[in-house]
Design a protein. Structure first.
Length: 481
């Protein structure tokens, strides 16, 4: 039927659209259909524990704060930086804001280090619209640009105090979480008041890696959490200050200094853990950029097109199986294709940060909820039509008995004892010779109806009509019931 074919086509188009829309949609709603939940699980499963030897994390942890409560004197932070540089660190980045002056001697040392050493200071941009924008300290670094382009515009900032205005390298530590509170993206470049400012890891890489920083988009970058937190070497700040960190643990590394302490509060939810030190987020970004710089990053794949191609294949395959197989079989096929897609999404995820991994599953769910019941209803309708046709020749009670008997092969030959009726109209030819065609047809129809009704009323089976008569039998249609 044309209407049925049209409905089939609409279901197929909608299933494909449910996959395609999240892949290319810029709307935030596209990320709330299970994509981030699924990707987060993939990230956790794939996170490698292989040690990251290019980075050292210096943690001002709870044990370090037990020896010296926060805030620390600026001279104590300068001591850490000098010890790390003396130990052979290639560069040091501070995940610590210095908005206000502190001890004069420590501030002076920090100013000298910021101006002459491979040291990256931190400043923080705010991305939320506020009635009173944040403005504290003084911004440093940045390059002039009249318009934001792909960079993320900021609404305010907290910079360092005026004494650190001579710093050569400054990086942004401000972030903005997704709607569910999880940090998955970081602005690689922030635009504010006509200037571009890099994120902390980018500034450290450009300053101190010894090689050109790899090209990345200016806009938000999905953080490639490729390593578990256990993969990063961590030195406690108190151990560093006590001289208990050997130089070979520092030599040749890029160093990030920050805190995992709950009392300082620099913690955030990530796909790897519900409470993660912000310092480790910068470590993950730095590690991924070092991989890109060394040619070790996963090569890009067209994940969006692979997802769409998969859904097209499922829709095409089911267009063949839905009219031919049972609802249970088609449900099993959809379940199998979903498991297959999960394995493909697991492989694709590291190679395409933009594709929506849950979209083909959404299409499969739509097919399960709409296409399978629709074709099941069509099959039921065809069955009712066939039974209606059968009941024109076989008594209703016999048909019902056949259905109840649940015969596996009702057409298989069997040896039965049956009663057969063969009846026709006596003198049929001579009677119709004198009648018109219409009158002969009406006479024949009325006579056959007169013969058929008693047969069916007595639960007989009509075998065939013989022109002016019929052949019927009893005892064969339901012999095994």
């Amino acid at each position: 039927m044309p209407s049925t074919d049209l409905l089939r086509g609409c279901i197929a188009v909608l299933a494909i659209a449910l996959c395609a829309w999240p892949q290319w949609s810029a709307a935030p709603a596209a990320t709330h259909l299970g994509d981030e939940w699924l990707r987060d699980h993939i990230v956790r499963l794939q996170a490698s524990a292989e040690p990251e030897k290019r980075i050292l994390v210096v943690d001002i942890d709870e044990a370090s704060l037990a020896r010296q409560p926060w805030p620390w004197p600026r001279s104590r932070i300068a001591d850490m930086v000098e010890l790390l540089l003396a130990g052979g660190a290639r560069g040091v980045a501070l995940d610590i804001l210095q908005e206000k002056p502190a001890d004069a001697a420590g501030d002076g040392r920090m100013a000298v280090l910021a101006a002459h050493a491979p040291l990256v200071l931190a400043q923080m941009f705010d991305y939320l619209p506020r009635a009173q924008p944040l403005q504290g300290g003084r911004l440093g670094g940045g390059t002039a640009r009249g318009t934001p382009g792909e960079a993320v515009p900021a609404s305010g900032f907290i910079g360092n105090h005026e004494g650190l205005a001579g710093a050569h390298h400054v990086g942004n530590i401000g972030v903005q979480t997704d709607a569910d509170g999880v940090l998955r993206h970081v602005p690689m470049q922030t635009w504010y008041a006509g200037r571009l400012y890099p994120t902390l890891s980018r500034a450290l890489l450009a300053c101190c890696s010894g090689a050109p920083a790899p090209a990345v988009a200016d806009g938000p970058l999905r953080i490639p959490y490729q390593r578990s937190w256990e993969a990063y070497d961590v030195a406690k700040a108190a151990d560093l200050l006590a001289g208990q960190v050997p130089p070979d643990f520092i030599q040749g590394r890029l160093v990030l200094i920050g805190s995992s302490s709950l009392s300082i509060g620099d913690r955030i939810a990530t796909p790897l853990h519900a409470s993660t030190a912000g310092l480790l987020v910068h470590a993950a970004l730095l590690s991924a950029q070092l991989d890109e710089q060394a040619g070790l990053a996963p090569r890009p794949w067209p994940g969006r097109w692979l997802a769409l191609l998969f859904t097209l294949s499922v829709v095409f395959f089911l267009s063949y199986t839905l009219p031919r197989l049972s609802a249970a079989a088609n449900t099993a096929l959809l379940a199998g294709s979903s498991l297959l897609w999960l394995s493909l999404a697991y492989a694709i995820a590291p190679h395409d940060p933009a594709f929506a991994p849950a979209a083909p599953l959404l299409s499969n769910l739509f097919l399960l909820a709409v296409a399978v019941p629709f074709h099941w209803q069509l099959a039921q309708q065809r069955s009712r039509q066939l039974l209606g046709t059968l009941r024109q020749y076989v008594a209703k009670a016999v048909v019902d008995e056949l259905l109840r008997s649940d015969l596996q092969d009702p057409l298989a030959p069997r040896l039965l004892q049956v009663t057969t009726l063969i009846a026709d109209m006596e003198g049929y030819t001579s009677q119709v010779e004198s009648l018109s065609l219409e009158e002969a047809a009406r006479l024949t129809t009325d006579f056959l109806d007169c013969l058929t009704r008693p047969v069916l009323e007595q639960q007989g089976t009509l075998d065939k009509y013989t022109g002016d008569g019929l052949v019927a039998f009893w005892g064969g249609a339901a012999a095994e019931c």
